[in-house]
Write a protein that binds this ligand. Structure first.
Ligand SMILES: Cc1cc2nc3c(=O)[nH]c(=O)nc-3n(C[C@H](O)[C@H](O)[C@H](O)COP(=O)(O)OP(=O)(O)OC[C@H]3O[C@@H](n4cnc5c(N)ncnc54)[C@H](O)[C@@H]3O)c2cc1C
Length: 443
């Protein structure tokens, strides 16, 4: 540093430490340059409130450029520093371009990264809460879950799953988020989605045996009491050290079945993870025309696996259930079985939850023959007609149906398209029988 020139001071970060320093530093005595990927200060204590909209995002940030216009700001990450030559190497936050900055003084206030404690799956399957973008992502996800659950095609079971919110950690941030989420439900969502409220569940997982472990006992007890009253589910001693891995290992069911008839399916699920599967889930069966689980499958039924929880490492359960098959025609079809269909339980491997089993759907085959009717008739008179219906399929025809007698000017059955030309002259309500007899009125 020369004694005559103005010293350069480079500040890394725009968080609590860096921002309060930059706000106070005398910019007439120093050339101040701030290097930070974030162009604003973020007041983290109020971040949980923004996830549910109690406080708007803009209310908890302060732009560095507005707060100190006389300070130079560069949106970049510090990469490394040459402490011999007093050179900082940085990378543009938006385009990763590298550049060097000489400095006389370097203030390092880059904070810390969110710690996943090396727990496999946490990085991939959870939403952190540290930056504004995280709060936005959580808010967006909450809205998506509610909108999805409000879709009329979604079953109650699916709604219950979409609206199960799990907070990992019963420290100040986790407790605050759970409380904010609950207030949001009670104050706002109750009015907007009244029918969905019974499906919502908030669960807080805490590794120790106390919420707010660093606070005094009175506050801990008060929080636990409040959460009980608000029906926030708290699981103490639930240390998420690794996520479980549910795997569908066996599926049995009939090789042949009739559409719309009941079949019994049984399956075995194993937890191949290193830790118990703690969160409740549903097992789901679908029927499909192809062996792929792809969203075009027809829902057959769900089984609540809540009573299997916790499922320890290496533990299995076998469940069975009778389901009525949807009508998917006859032919080669597939039963798809999915454990934890709604992905409640974060897993190290989500790809081994599906089992496929071929099933042949058979059905009846009705044919009509031996129809007897007069060769001539008088308009508005009555005719006697009879016919024979035979089921030449492999299984009984289980449903009721109508037999129709139609008068036509030609030999083609298009009466239902041109009803005025070919009015139905008689309808005979039949359950299945071999020979039909009906008296029809000729119009
Ligand atoms: C949701 C939440 C709630 C909280 N509530 C409270 C509370 O109520 N009370 C309390 O005391 N504490 C609370 N905290 C903790 C508090 O936010 C932190 O202790 C505080 O932010 C730490 O300040 P800091 O300046 O060290 O780092 P931060 O405030 O994290 O700032 C770090 C800065 O460095 C920047 N940076 C990161 N990498 C680089 C890089 N390579 N180069 C340049 N810049 C970089 C970041 O963009 C950021 O601007 C909360 C934290 C969270 C996440």
């Amino acid at each position: 540093m020369s004694l005559t020139s103005t010293p350069n001071i480079v500040v890394l970060g725009t968080g609590f430490s860096a921002f309060s320093f930059v706000k106070k530093v005398d910019a007439s005595l120093l050339n101040v340059t701030v290097v930070s990927p974030r162009n604003h200060f973020l007041f983290t204590p109020l971040l949980p409130s923004t996830t549910v909209g109690t406080i708007e995002f803009r209310s908890i940030i302060e732009s560095i450029r507005v707060a100190r216009p006389e300070v130079e700001y560069i949106q970049a990450y510090a990469h490394s520093a040459d402490l011999e030559r007093n050179i900082l190497v940085s990378e543009g936050a938006l385009d990763q371009t590298r550049f060097e900055l000489p400095y006389d003084y370097l203030v390092i206030a880059v904070g810390s990264k969110s710690n996943t404690y090396g727990i496999p799956g946490v990085g991939e399957y959870t939403l952190p809460l540290k930056e504004l973008a995280d709060a936005r992502a959580i808010r967006q996800r909450i809205i998506e879950c509610f909108e999805q659950a409000a879709n009329p095609a979604i079953t109650d079971t699916e709604s219950k799953h979409l609206l199960q919110f799990v907070v990992v950690g019963g420290g100040p941030t986790g407790v605050e988020f759970a409380a904010e989420m609950n207030d949001f439900l009670v104050d706002d969502l109750r009015k907007v989605y009244p029918s969905l409220l019974p499906f919502v569940q908030i669960t807080v997982l805490e590794g120790s045996h106390q919420l707010l472990g660093t606070f005094d006992a009175t506050l801990q007890e008060y929080t636990a009491r409040m959460f009980r009253r608000q029906r926030i589910n708290v699981r103490m001693g639930s240390l998420v050290v690794r996520v479980a891995d549910l795997r569908a290992v066996e599926l049995t069911g009939p090789a042949e079945a009739v559409s719309e008839r009941q079949i019994t399916v049984s399956w075995t699920v194993e937890n191949r993870g290193a830790v118990p599967a703690l969160l409740q889930w549903y097992d789901t069966v679908y029927l499909s025309t192809d062996p792929f689980y792809d969203g075009n499958d027809r829902h057959v039924g769900d089984l609540w696996a809540g009573d299997r929880v916790p499922l320890g490492p290496g533990e299995t359960y076998t469940a069975g259930q009778a389901f009525a098959l949807p009508n998917l025609g006859v032919g080669e079809r597939f039963l798809l079985f999915i454990t934890d269909r709604y992905e409640n339980q974060a897993e190290t491997d989500e790809t081994d939850n599906v089992l496929v089993r071929p099933i042949t759907l058979v059905g009846p085959d009705l044919i009509v023959s031996d129809s007897v009717s007069p060769e001539s008739a008088v308009l508005n008179g009555t005719v006697d007609v009879s016919w024979t219906v035979t089921n030449q399929g492999a299984v009984p025809a289980p449903a009721d149906w109508y037999d129709y007698v139609v008068l036509s000017a030609n030999a083609f059955l298009d009466a239902f398209v041109h009803a005025s030309l070919q009015p139905a002259i008689g309808v005979n309500w039949e359950t299945w029988r071999e020979v039909g007899m009906a008296a029809a009125t000729l119009n």
